[in-house]
Write a protein that binds this ligand. Sequence first.
Ligand code: NDP
Ligand code: 2IT
Length: 445
Amino acid sequence: MDPILQPIFDEVLQRNRGESEFHQAVTEVFDSLGPVLAKNPQYADQAIIQRLLEPERQIIFRVPWVDDAGVVQVNRGFRVEYNSALGPYKGGLRFHPSVYIGIIKFLGFEQIFKNALTGLPIGGGKGGSDFNPQGRSDAEVMRFCQSFMTELWRHIGEYTDVPAGDIGVGGREIGYLFGQFKRLTNRYESGVLTGKSLALGGSLVRTEATGYGTVMFAEQMLGTRGESFDGQRVVVSGAGNVSTYAIEKAQALGADVVAFSDSSGYVLDEAGVDLDLLKQVKEVERGRVADYVARRSGAKLQTTGSIWDIPCDVALPCATQNELPEDGAKALIKNGVKAVAEGANMPTTPEATTLFQEAGVLFAPGKAANAGGVATSALEMQQNAQRDTWTFEQTEARLTSVMTSIHDTCAATAEEYGSPGDYVKGANIAGFIKVADAMITMGVV
Ligand code: NDP
Ligand code: 2IT
């Protein structure tokens, strides 16, 4: 690590004890910043790094609710309003039992740079709860969301902080959250949440945007080596929002997608994933991957081993953090993988990332490759502000141009700072400079 950054990192460890995912996300950014600080002494002089590391505001709250059996449950709610140099705090809410402050801070920290890369006016934030929606009825999810919003409403607003979905939070949850916000504030403020259903002022393409955007980015990356998705064999982890629409776009570009997963195991379907069946099982029935296999002859469910053992040309980790470790990278490289693009946030461990880069595999970090979701959220905010709705084609065209611009910015920045082809450095440096310059312009605030 750069000598200017090492003492700052030591302090990060000291002041944020036990938050291993946050430490990992900071290390990843710090590993890119040495040449930037050498070229731009004003960032160190103005303590930009120290200010960026400290969230502007962190809210932790009790979320009590009553389950269907009449038992009182207590969860913990979080909203980390990380950085608003470029616009209102913007980022998703995650409902998953693993959620604690270290996960929300890693996601919020990454979100600052990701949102900067979109070129749209959004700051960075993240929130969520350790609530586990799995196995809960619609009525339980509704009561939980209403209790969660009963605290959150006072902290958010279209000019302040605009939450959206993430793991465990989709259109259903956003609808319940919006309903309770409206009831508490007596304001139909569409721009306070994104990822809304169309009936509540949502945007076309927002559902598809993260997965589509990840594939668009990977397509651009493959293009630099004269390749495309057409005819490639693709493995996608996860079976949620990002995975489903990454599969849809990869198939549309002519790829052969043969595998997906959830936390119960992975499915190998050599005939090519039946996306209509996957959507029926996951989006409509909220089932498990075993329900897909039960209705699809030839598809096999594996509950041991790793999805990354399946030979493929392109791997798209789209489930969760640290799901692609060193062993997975070794197996993918041995089997000749050409490109890896992160649909999830920080799915590849640092050791695995290094292996891909050393092996010359094209590698797209999440803060660039999965930025299509939040970019389309910003487009939803634009439509809400205009009280307008754009067509699917118009919105997808904007998404395509944002993803192309992020790709080109990352590639050009990597080149400028002496690491051509290194999209990790390109993304970290370009995102950092955008936020740092805005912070300097505003003085010490
Ligand atoms: P979903 O809840 O729709 O899907 C998550 C998928 O990942 C499910 O298949 C889930 O399986 C699996 N998964 C989640 N946690 C784990 C775990 N600990 N171990 C194994 N599998 C797991 O979430 P999204 O698709 O929205 O999000 C996926 C990733 O993409 C996350 O990293 C998120 O932060 C990131 N992302 C999402 C964006 C969005 O717009 N939604 C935007 C940018 C990034 P199971 O159901 O069994 O838990
Ligand atoms: O990680 C992410 O970028 C998201 N979960 C989407 C955030 C958003 O505000 O749309």
